[in-house]
Design a protein around this ligand. Sequence first.
Ligand SMILES: CC(C)(COP(=O)(O)OP(=O)(O)OC[C@H]1O[C@@H](n2cnc3c(N)ncnc32)[C@H](O)[C@@H]1OP(=O)(O)O)[C@@H](O)C(=O)NCCC(=O)NCCS
Length: 347
Amino acid sequence: MAEITRFTQDDLKPVLALYRRVFGADAAEANRLRWEWQYRRNPCVPPEGPLTWVAKEGPTVIGQYATMPVRLVVRGQEIQAAWGMDVMVAPERQRQGLGEVLFRTWDQNVGAALGLGLSESSYRLFQKMRWPNVGPVPVLVKPLTRRALRQPSWPMWANRLVSAVTLPLVRIVSRTKPLRAEVEPVSRFGDEFNGLWERLAPKFDFVVRRDAPYLNWKFFEPPHVRYNHVALKRGGEVHGYAVYRHLHEPRGRVTQLVDFLVDPGDELGLKTLLRWIDREARNADSDKVRTVCMHQEFRRIMRRSGYFQVKSTVEFTAKINAVEVTPDFYGRTGTWHVTLGDSDQDR
Ligand SMILES: CC(C)(COP(=O)(O)OP(=O)(O)OC[C@H]1O[C@@H](n2cnc3c(N)ncnc32)[C@H](O)[C@@H]1OP(=O)(O)O)[C@@H](O)C(=O)NCCC(=O)NCCS
């Protein structure tokens, strides 16, 4: 019978070795690069160390559940929560109930257990355990060039045909529009972003605390990815921010709007940030802008700004333990703010 204990420094080597066996050499290398930042430097990590559990048979590590602690605001109440991320069981021990024990250990130790971008096996396990399934989180795309609608799985002639047919529409939605407020690059999230967070947190029924320490850790300090950051300002006061990056994909270049925060009632503010992203995307020669967004008002504004909702595979589960919520809470996600910047989805 395996024993479940809280991670200690002595477990690091065997955990990294197990990671290599389960996920392969490339993923293990990427995990090693991220590990210190992801599991130790997070400002929400408790003083005892990473919020990770390991399963051992004697001295041998045969499983782990590594999580990312965050503060979560649920209908005005702030609670401790954790995104579940690197969960694994040694291949020869899978399908014997150990995964379920690890999931339950995590759940019993947090105010809310959250999962985003689940693998097929963990999605099935969440279903088996009858956890609330609130996903998938919608994905939206704004085409900027005729290459935007290309699909890696289609033959070239089909891609060319679709590009030609949709070009007039792409030209209309990708027109440049004027900015309606100041947008300034951010070199570090300062105190004014704590003020922004305090003002905006009550506007959402579900949102991870996006204060300056969190934002700096999440979007300035990761060793594996570089972001661009801008603030929306009016008369010197911060009214929002956006975090984005440009990347190459098999059939073109994409600008990813990774995270943002603005008052859901501030339509002009969000539109201004989106127009800034459009310009940046064009300067970077991107074919499209892509984002992941749960909030229905934000999505409405995006659709009015030329974004289209596409099929999403970003599965999402959330189980609130620390405050009482009725089952219908999980069905009303239109006022939840969840983006690609949550959890560790943008790797
Ligand atoms: C996900 C994982 C940790 C589950 O651990 P486990 O010990 O196999 O899980 P359990 O034995 O407690 O539960 C088994 C249930 O999980 C689901 N499941 C596990 N592996 C699965 C697979 N390959 N395909 C589909 N469902 C799977 C099923 O619901 C299964 O129930 P069943 O056996 O009655 O069909 C393990 O499969 C694993 O390490 N997978 C590879 C790494 C991974 O994908 N991690 C998740 C990253 S988000």
